[in-house]
Design a protein around this ligand. Structure first.
Ligand SMILES: [Zn+2]
Length: 82
């Protein structure tokens, strides 16, 4: 994934997760879900000259621009298509 594109994309997802995690009265389950997503997305950051995902074997094989983890985050958190 292009580094600039990833930066913008990661910022949008982070803003979304920060938004739902905000406030003192969020249920523990929600906090846990947000924490899990943050950890998961952290493991799937792109790296190297081609910007391939470091956590996805599939991404390495197919050289996808965006790995499946980020595709799911995009669909559910940014596009709201969940
Ligand atoms: Zn990945």
């Amino acid at each position: 994934m292009d580094e600039v594109l990833y930066g913008v994309f990661a910022e949008n997802v982070r803003r979304y997760l920060d938004g739902i995690d905000d406030g003192p009265h969020q249920p523990e389950e929600l906090r846990r879900l947000v924490a899990a997503w943050r950890a998961l997305l952290d493991l799937h950051h792109p790296a190297g000259r081609r910007g391939r995902c470091v956590g996805c074997a599939e991404s390495r094989r197919h050289r996808r621009a965006m790995c499946n983890v980020w595709r799911v985050a995009n669909a559910f958190f940014i596009r709201g298509a969940g």
